[in-house]
Design a protein around this ligand. Structure first.
Ligand SMILES: [Zn+2]
Length: 322
């Protein structure tokens, strides 16, 4: 009898299975979006066909929405503007096909419509989420709802999620580190109505962390996948990218850096034999060190300064300007 992948999975030891996830430890995982919602409203009588009665198609997006058309069209314009901004900073030539097909965006006016759509198209898990993103190279997708939030907040969430999609798939589909993903996603998010964003709180948080010596050393931070509840991690990621894109000499090389990280990303071994918990700890440590060495080497080569020097300059910048 032939051994099926399912059988093979059952045969793996727990530690060996854990090792498979090693490579995924150091890269960004899609956000769990947590827009608040007042669930449990009565059925609005809307069926799948008309959950999003309006549709606007732009060169790179198809935006379907159940919010009023004038507002919906504004979202479509915003998407193209953000796309241009991303292309500019990551130096993506106009001729490049960033994603195949168009990025589909669904914006629901109420939670009930969102739940129905999500359950029918992406299953129960999607339906109980606060919105979701599929950052695929082919037909990427973002699904959000407005209920319980104002439009500026939803626009910020949309920009944040679009950044993840763009970063993930442009040039070559490579999972970049969490700090890069969340740093850029917040950078663009806060640039949209900064006065209504978390810009100021992130600044204060970052400054307090530097003053108290609480920032995480980049050797660890650049290879850790921090969760959405880790506000300090998010503030540090944002301020690193903020500094990188503010500083004139670094800014012009930022796109080249991300591109080099994508081009030279090492192939991760899919499977290794690990017998004990100590082996697993050792493997995780070795993998993290290897990943940081890779990022640091590319950084030094592109920017012409060491990570240590960058870290010191970043802290001085925070203390002087935040
Ligand atoms: Zn994010």
């Amino acid at each position: 009898m032939t051994e099926t992948p399912a059988m093979r999975r059952r045969l793996l030891r727990p530690y060996a299975v854990a090792a498979l996830a090693l490579a995924a430890l150091f890269v960004w995982q899609p956000d769990k979006i947590t827009l608040s919602a007042s669930a449990g409203t009565t059925s609005s009588g809307i069926t799948k066909g008309d959950t999003c009665p309006y549709k606007v198609e732009t060169p790179h997006f198809i935006v379907e929405f159940s919010v009023p058309p004038t507002i919906g069209r504004g979202y479509a314009t915003l998407c193209e503007k953000a796309y241009t901004k991303f292309s500019d900073i990551f130096q993506v030539p106009e001729s490049e096909v960033v994603w195949e097909g168009k990025c589909k965006i669904y914006l629901f006016a109420n939670h009930d419509q969102f739940v129905r759509f999500a359950a029918e198209t992406h299953g129960a898990g999607a339906a109980i989420s606060g919105g979701y993103t599929l950052p695929n190279k082919k037909d990427p997708l973002i699904v959000l709802f407005i209920q319980g939030k104002d439009h500026i907040t939803l626009q910020q969430v949309l920009i944040h999620e679009m950044t993840h999609v763009f970063l993930q798939v442009f040039h070559k589909e490579v999972r970049l580190s969490t700090w890069i993903h969340e740093g850029f996603a917040q950078l663009f998010e806060f640039q949209h109505h900064p006065e209504k964003s978390r810009l100021q709180t992130s600044r204060s948080k970052a400054k307090a962390m530097v003053k108290q010596g609480m920032t995480r050393p980049l050797s660890g931070f650049w290879v850790s996948a921090f969760p959405a509840t880790d506000y300090a991690g998010y503030a540090q990621a944002w301020s690193l990218v903020n500094f990188m894109t503010y500083s004139k000499d670094l800014r012009k090389k930022t796109g080249k850096y991300v591109l080099a990280l994508k081009d030279r990303a090492p192939e991760h071994k899919g499977f290794m034999t690990i017998e004990t918990e100590a082996d697993l700890r050792e493997a995780i440590k070795a993998e993290a060190e290897k990943e940081f060495k890779f990022q640091a080497e590319v950084f030094q080569e592109i920017f012409g300064i060491s990570v240590d020097e960058f870290e010191a300059r970043w802290k001085r910048y925070i203390l002087a300007t935040y």
